[in-house]
Design a binder for this molecule. Structure first.
Ligand SMILES: [Zn+2]
Length: 485
């Protein structure tokens, strides 16, 4: 042990260099303000009347970071320090997303964990891990109740809103129980599964018992509800939209104007199908988006419709095309969809009372999007990785992009193995970020994703949690686990 005489200590203190006064530093001030905000937070341990679950499909942490930079830069402000709407929610956790049978989950097993509390096998929805993908016979004995079905059974309302087909894996996780996520319509199923009594996902939405059927379902996917003759893909000749309309006060709408015209006070259950397949990407709105409502418009209308029930509601809102942009290695699509998702959450935050409404924002899994290199502050997020303004040159003599889907010493090194991104239009809406392994569709990735929350029960969102834990938080916030309150 070194002992300093008091004289040595005084000398050392006298020789200490002066420190700059940080009080005017903008980062220091922002930190002080953030501390003050956090000191003022008190957990809301009350019961939630309503729960809104926002699911950014494939929205990993790097997508959130790149999304906030992209969104800020598109508004002309400092992207790095700006925030997406949900990043301001006070309670956060990390969610471990592996499924029952794989390190990296798909959306079917991911949403099942979140809506039922049970981890299952990839491709399976609303069934325990005992069910086998594509095995109809394993459905019946392994069904698990979703948070929406539990809410309905308690007299609340429930809904699902998405930018994908309403029969796609994530929205199906609210109301369907199926051994195979692709069984969206009857012609998507093998004959033996139909003959064995398994129902396609569209039928499950329409034929749910009256006390469990969703009150609001909006997205794309008309083809799975309409027969051939009406431009759909059903082989059984049924028009499921007509069957939906048989319920008292039920409405079926296909355009943004029809949706806007619905008077919540005088409307029963609403089915909104705004495209034959998935809704178009936001970047395609000028060409393909005529009559298609935005995610924010669908979300606010869904809230108005569900809010009629004095007992409350459960609502899932999915930003489903964040994932699809990343499957294309197309960061521009991923980030514009992330920004739209953020807008929908802001629209909900502007509408609900956080005293009685729990908002949870999370993802089902991540994607292999990487933000790397040392691009200058405020350099375009869709541009080249840099070193103090100069592009970083890789082993093949070419620069690479800030956003990529894998970089490193294993990358291609021959002169012609990799395109030169500096010679491409990296801001083009169809630009594919480079990848290490060339696959027709990029794979999901397995690291943890974020969970963000506010409202009653939100304080239970902290730490590193299992994806299936999110169900327990929602169930507890509703008070459906009365024994544990
Ligand atoms: Zn995916």
């Amino acid at each position: 042990m070194i002992r300093l005489s008091s004289l040595t200590l005084v000398a050392a203190l006298l020789a200490a260099p002066a420190f700059a006064a940080p009080a005017t530093d903008p980062y220091y001030k922002a930190g002080e303000a953030a501390l003050a905000r956090n000191l003022a937070i008190t957990p809301n341990t009350g019961r939630a009347k309503n729960v809104i679950l926002f699911l950014g499909d494939g929205m990993g942490i790097s997508t959130i970071t790149a999304g906030r930079i992209f969104e800020g830069q598109s508004r002309g402000v400092d992207g790095e320090s700006s925030s997406l709407s949900f990043e301001k929610l006070p309670w956060t956790a990390l969610s471990k997303t592996y499924s029952h049978d794989t390190q990296v989950t798909d959306s079917a097993a991911g949403i099942t964990a979140i809506t039922t509390g049970v981890k299952t096998r990839n491709k399976v929805i609303g069934l325990t891990g005992a069910a086998q993908p594509e095995q109809c016979a394993t459905e019946a004995a392994n069904r698990v109740e979703t948070i929406a079905e539990i809410a309905k059974a308690h007299g609340l309302s429930a809904g699902a809103v998405t930018t994908t087909r309403i029969t796609h894996a994530t929205p199906a996780g609210v109301y369907a129980h199926t051994a195979y996520r692709d069984w969206e319509g009857d012609t998507d199923m093998p004959l033996e599964a139909t003959q064995a009594g398994c129902k396609d996902i569209a039928r499950q939405l329409i034929e749910a018992p009256a006390n469990l059927r969703l009150d609001v379902a909006m997205g794309g996917g008309r083809s799975r509800f309409l027969p051939d003759a009406a431009g759909g893909k059903r082989g059984d000749g049924r028009d499921l939209t007509a069957e939906w309309r048989k319920a008292s006060g039920a409405a079926y709408v296909t355009t943004a104007d029809q949706l806007a015209a619905l008077d919540p006070a005088r409307t029963g259950p609403v089915l909104g199908l705004f495209a034959n397949e998935h809704l178009p990407y936001e970047v395609e709105r000028p060409i393909l988006g005529e009559g298609v409502p935005t995610l924010a418009q669908m979300t606010t209308k869904a809230i108005d419709l569900l809010n009629k029930n004095p007992k409350g509601y459960f609502l899932l809102v999915e930003g489903g095309k964040i994932d699809m942009g990343s499957h294309l290695n197309n960061a521009k699509r991923t980030l514009t969809e992330t920004a739209e998702f953020s807008k929908a959450i802001q629209a909900a935050l502007d509408k609900v009372d956080l005293k009685d409404t729990l908002i949870i924002v999370t993802a089902d899994h991540s994607h292999g999007l990487v933000i790397s290199g040392y691009a200058s502050r405020n350099a375009p997020i869709l541009g080249l990785a840099g070193n103090e303004g100069e592009p970083i040159v890789a082993g093949d003599g070419k620069p690479y992009s800030v956003l990529s889907f894998a970089t490193g010493p294993g990358g291609p090194e021959g002169q012609n193995l990799r395109a030169d991104p500096a010679k491409e239009d990296m801001d083009d809406v169809d630009y594919h970020q480079q990848a290490l392994a060339n696959l027709p569709s990029a794979a999901h990735s397995g690291e943890d994703v974020g969970v963000f929350a506010d409202g009653p029960g939100a304080w239970l969102v902290h730490g590193v949690v299992e994806e299936s834990y999110i169900f327990q938080v929602m169930r507890h916030a509703f008070g459906f686990d009365a024994d544990k309150r």
